[in-house]
Every structure is written in structure tokens, then in C-alpha cells.
Design a protein around this ligand. Sequence first.
Ligand code: PEP
Ligand code: MN
Length: 338
Amino acid sequence: MIAVLKQGTTETQIENLSTWLKNQGLDVHISHGSMHTVVGLVGDTAKIDAELLESLEIVESVKRISEPFKSANRKFHPDDSVIEVGNTSVGGDIFAVMAGPCSVENEEQVMAIARSVKAAGATMLRGGAFKPRTSPYDFQGLKADGIELLLRAKEETGLPIVTEIMNANHLPLFEDVDVIQVGARNMQNFELLKELGKTRKPILLKRGLANTLKELLMSAEYIMAGGNENVILCERGIRTFETYTRNTLDISAVPMLRELTHLPVIIDPSHATGVARLVKPMALAAAAAGAHGLMIEVHNDPKNALCDGAQSLTPDAFADVMRAVGTVRRALAESEAN
Ligand code: PEP
Ligand code: MN
């Protein structure tokens, strides 16, 4: 349920309303939008008398939210959410680009890639330390040592780091990680999501291989229900009958999610296609569709990468994508201004 407040409502009036609602056992979420202040109510709202609420002097209208996701719902928070990440952000005017290797392999590799993606304009460094591999015999990542190497690259380049968690018991290792990634395979690992909800770290939540947008939003809701509202959504392709590409990129997820939620939405064209030469056209499509950013795999020596070499861009190819994305973003801004 949401209550839209009249313009000119004072902070004290909002405070009093909020206390009254909390005393009825509800979680209260206040969003100061550009037009109106919206009070979102989460919990058992059946016991709330909507007519009584609507009759209050400061309340303009009351609506029940039919979707099962509440905190993530755009109706709760009409303006886009901007998630602060170190010296940058996701969801605001900055186009977030998280780039780096599928797996952190060694110091030389991660340092070289970090320097080159920074020079090309990436806003964050991504790299896998704990890797969810289909085969138990494949490289599983450098684990804690991988996070150490990412932190060294962060120290040198100043780029915030993004890396995947697979087990809540590893959380102490993620203390200095800027964005914690939940991979596609863990999108519905609800116990992990609940633990991440107790932190205040930005969480990059990737869409599951065969999950609907509603399920993605319900997983975001698990994190937000714990009090952590710093959730970034990532479309990374879904399973279809197509085999030329690793997955099928659902570009329509961007405008659809942007209607449904205030959370930032980024695209991962690398895992979506599995093919390096398809990353650029899909990155451009993502920017044109209104994504808030990209996650792209970059390797200094793709042929010898320990993981996902076929979809990894060389630093030069990545710089080319960045230039082209800039052109699309400028064209989009121009068309929006007209
Ligand atoms: C990754 O980003 O390295 C990854 C494993 O992606 P996904 O979970 O989308 O497969
Ligand atoms: Mn990968």
C-alpha cells in the first residue's frame, strides 16, 4: 500500500504519520520524490483502514499495490534509485561500466586489465574470485587470494571492485569489496539473499538462467526486506532453444524493469552471447534501450584465459566499445531533449 502525501507536508507531520503506522506493526518506507512524498507500507496492510488513511489532512491518495514486490516497486519510489559505490554510482547520470576478467588469475593479469579498463573509461573493476563453474574439474577461482589481488588493483587504480559471492560464510572476506555480485545460479538462493539483506553493501543481482522478471524482482525484494536497498539488477541472457549464442539477451528486460522498479538495471552482453564479436552490438543495444550500465568481460590474453576466453574482449576492443557506447548515449540524450 502507498500513501501519496500532499505537497507542503512538513517533516514533523511525516514523522507522526510514520510513527502511527509503525505502531500498527508495518514497515514504513518514505520516498521524497521530485513531485510528491510517497509513504510505502510493507507488511500485513490488510489491517489498515485505507479510507481512514485517505481522510487524513496530509494524505492525497492511497493505493493498494497488487504486485508481490513492494520495496522494489516503482510505485513505492517514483524516482530512479541511485546506488552510491565508492567514488561513483549506479543509476544516476553516470553510465556504470564494470569491466574485467571472468576470473582473477594472477597479479600481473589483474593489474594489467585494471589499468587498461580504467584508461578506456570503466567505472568499476569486475573479477571473479569464487567461480561458479559447471564442471567441478574446471578452475574454481583463486578465492580469498583473488579478492586480495582485486583489492591491490583497487588501491592502484582507484576503481571500486565487483566480485561474486557464493556462500554467506564467506562474507567476512568481502568486507572491502564495493559491490557484491550474486550470480545467475544463486538468484534464488534465498538464504544467501537474506544474509546480504542484513548488510548495507551494494548487491549486483543477476537474473537466473530461466527466471522471469517477476522472480528477479522478488529476489531483489528478499534483499530489500532485510533493510538493504542497495540492489542493482543485471540482465545476462536467458536460456532459450537458440544454440549459436550462449544465452538469449532479453533487451526488453531493460524498459520493462525500468517501468516496474526504481532499481538500476544493467546488461551483461558477455555472458548473454558468449561470443566476443557480439558484445559490441549488444552493448550498444543495451545503451539505446536505456540501461544504466554494462558488465563486460575483458582479458589481456583471451586465448589463454582460464575462463570465458571466447566472450572476453581485448583491452583495445573494449576501448572501441566504450567509444561507441558514448556515441549512442549522446544520441539518446539528444533525442530525449527534442
Ligand atoms: C560472472 O559474471 O562471472 C558469471 C558467472 O555470470 P552469470 O552468473 O551471469 O553466469
Ligand atoms: Mn564469465
